[in-house]
Design a protein around this ligand. Sequence first.
Ligand SMILES: [Zn+2]
Length: 77
Amino acid sequence: MRIFDLFKRKPKSAKFKCSTCGEIHDELPALGFISPFYYDILNKKDKKEIAELSSDFCVITHEDQTDRFIRTTLEVI
Ligand SMILES: [Zn+2]
């Protein structure tokens, strides 16, 4: 077997219970994160004072720049 054959194999069953909606899905799960890495590395004070985080958006306002993030998912097919 060659290394790329691993990516060609289809799983027998990709069913899983979704931690978001609680239902069983047939396809492989999408990968996503609750918050961006740059939010996670802020200390508690900065998270409260310079950052805004919602389920889909994040804004971090630094003195010299404003960072904006939009939540996406990475679907594994
Ligand atoms: Zn779901």
